[in-house]
Design a protein around this ligand. Structure first.
Ligand SMILES: Cc1cc2nc3c(=O)[nH]c(=O)nc-3n(C[C@H](O)[C@H](O)[C@H](O)COP(=O)(O)O)c2cc1C
Length: 211
């Protein structure tokens, strides 16, 4: 299958007008290749602090539509603090086994509280407790400190009991400015087609980048 993608390549004529439609197509293909791509919704999120110092980490894409890409995290985490100071963000989907990557640049804004609460309710009980138990990105004295925090919460909210969404936890929506679709080809002559949004009209144009 990998060879098929490499052989077929990616042509301008195949692309829909909106990059989110192209993303939906590739995401569906990645999700179908379960033997190749283990977690197609895993993406690398890069942020930078107010001084421009970058940092990256993997998070899970939980939703996408014409407004952009949504992930959930702790609002006191390093990434969230950086996004408060500097909303510019990059997402990278590393679908290496298909010889593909998708690279997004844009700006992140917090999703509404209702959207966060609705998503939080769908999480398994243990993950809900974990979100409360972890002051994400802060330094722990020991593993025991974390386990104790979880055990206290598990005693307070036994299985089956409704766990409220933590106030410092929620979603970010990344509104894309550019979306690059990268398809590996033979002899390093890869296809790189990048959608860029005109800041004034909001219209998308596609440009081909040299590999
Ligand atoms: C496959 C995978 C999926 C992850 N998904 C999430 C996620 O959806 N949200 C999240 O906050 N952290 C997620 N993490 C943990 C992050 O990589 C990271 O450790 C955490 O968010 C703290 O990042 P920060 O200190 O840079 O803010 C995931 C890690 C891996 C390896």
């Amino acid at each position: 299958m990998r060879e098929q993608y490499v052989t077929d390549g990616l042509a301008e004529t195949e692309l829909p007008a909106d990059p989110m439609d192209q993303f939906a197509l590739w995401f569906k293909e990645a999700a179908r290749e379960t033997a190749l791509v283990h977690e197609p919704n895993a993406m690398v999120v890069s942020t930078a602090d107010a001084e421009g110092r970058p940092s990256s980490r993997t998070v899970l894409l939980k939703a996408f539509d014409e407004r952009g890409f949504v992930f959930f995290t702790n609002y006191a985490s390093r990434k969230a603090r950086e996004l408060s100071a500097n909303p510019y963000v990059s997402l990278l989907f590393p679908w290496h086994p298909m010889a593909r990557q998708v690279i997004v640049t844009g700006t992140a804004t917090r999703v509404g509280r209702e959207e966060t609460v609705a998503y939080f309710r769908t999480r398994p009980h243990g993950s809900q407790l974990g979100a409360w138990a972890s002051a994400q990105s802060s330094v722990l004295v020991s593993r025991e400190e974390l386990d104790r925090s979880y055990a206290d919460l598990a005693a307070r909210y036994p299985e089956g009991e409704q766990v409220p969404a933590p106030p410092n936890w929620g979603g970010f929506r990344v509104s894309p400015r550019t979306v690059e679709f990268w398809q590996g080809r033979t002899n390093r002559l890869h296809d790189r087609l990048r959608y860029a949004r005109d800041t004034e009209s909001g219209a998308w144009r596609v440009e081909r980048l040299s590999p």
